[in-house]
Design a protein around this ligand. Structure first.
Ligand code: SF4
Ligand code: SF4
Length: 351
């Protein structure tokens, strides 16, 4: 296959990723969907991104073969790209073991941005930052040069806002789109003030929005955003996204109308995965159950999907109807009503 660099690869806007000083293209690559295609297709997609000038590639230990495929695709151009990955491990020893697997799978001696993955609660942060926790491991890895910059990801912007104030991380990653605006008001301006790099995941709300161009332009218009990382699994998607983000990010009156229509259609039915509804006294993983359709889209046919939904019915049956989750959900989702639809969906679609 000819992987030569194509003409026109400098059309994407360049931004600086906070205090890392990495010069990243505003459009990056999200590595979840390449788990669902063949290895050959995955490598072709990653390589097409590189050919078209994308230089920030995000993946995670949790995304099964994603690191390995990105590693294979970018091995010979490693010094020209930035690779970000993440670990869900919370203890020092587990974190260091996972980091070594990431380095091996990504076929590299260093990770540009290594992130603590999905820090979802204060308790989670306490584990990470306590003696023997993942943060100690991350500092060691920084000292040894295995990690160049330290990042953190979460779906909860309040938790990230508190953590950013501690001045530990150089990069954060958070969902942000026109249905999930929590990060816009406080977290992203704070990151800008503190020169913390901002990486935006879920710009298209997991594929729920009507048009990708409107969704991406909405994010990139925000000057507090450094890089947006839509997941891509085909060359066509890569080319479309590059074309969209190679132009001014102005939104027309029709685009604004479409945003309003999407908001009305999805506003009180779409779980953003922020977990503001927690803690549930019955320890029901509310957002996992409410987002089942999105997991099916991303993980259909994998054991991971079965694992994610395992026991959902029993968990929902244990609900004591206290309503605490609904009073905490900032989007006023009818969580208990939605549970029943989702359990029916699981019965119909996941065997
Ligand atoms: S209503 Fe059910 S799901 Fe919600 S917090 Fe109470 S027990 Fe948990
Ligand atoms: S139910 Fe509401 S609070 Fe809970 S994760 Fe979904 S959007 Fe967030």
């Amino acid at each position: 296959m000819n992987y030569g660099r194509l003409e026109g690869n400098d059309v994407l806007e360049e931004r600086i990723l906070g205090k890392t000083n990495l010069k990243v293209k505003a459009l990056g690559f999200g590595g979840i969907p390449i788990q669902r295609v063949s290895e050959e297709e995955a490598i072709e997609v990653v390589r097409r991104c590189y050919d078209l000038g994308i230089n920030y590639f995000d993946t995670a230990r949790l995304y099964s073969v994603s690191e390995d495929r990105i590693g294979k695709a970018l091995e010979d151009v490693r010094e020209k790209v930035f690779i970000a990955t993440k670990s869900i491990c919370r203890t020092e020893s587990e974190f260091l073991q996972e980091l070594d697997i990431s380095l091996k799978d990504l076929r590299t001696e260093w990770i540009d941005v290594y992130q603590l993955h999905n820090v979802a609660s204060k308790e989670d942060w306490i584990k990470i930052s306590s003696r023997g926790g993942a943060l100690e491991a991350a500092y060691k890895a920084l000292d040894r040069g295995k990690i160049k910059h330290l990042g953190i990801t979460s779906h909860n912007s309040s938790i990230l806002t508190e953590i950013v104030k501690k001045d530990i991380f150089e990069v954060i990653q958070i969902p942000y789109n026109y249905l999930s605006l929590m990060a816009k008001e406080e977290l992203l301006p704070l990151c800008n003030k503190k020169n913390v790099g901002t990486v935006i995941m879920k710009p298209m709300a997991g594929g729920e929005f009507s048009r990708a161009d409107v969704a991406l332009k909405f994010i990139l218009k925000d000057e507090n955003v450094d890089v947006v990382i839509p997941g891509m699994m085909s060359v066509v998607e890569v080319e479309e996204n590059v074309a969209i983000t190679s132009h001014p990010y102005d939104l027309s009156a029709d685009d604004l109308k479409l945003i309003e229509e999407d908001k009305n259609r999805l506003g009180t039915q779409f779980c953003r995965g922020c977990d503001y509804c927690q803690p549930c006294p019955q320890e029901i993983p509310i957002s996992n159950i409410l987002r089942v359709e999105s997991f099916v889209k991303r993980l259909k046919g994998t054991d991971k999907l079965k694992e994610l939904v395992k026991g959902s019915k029993e968990k929902v049956d244990s609900c004591i109807d206290c309503g605490e989750c609904e009073s905490r959900c900032p989007y006023h989702l009818p969580i208990r009503e939605m549970f029943h639809e989702k359990i029916e969906y699981i019965d119909r679609n996941i065997k």
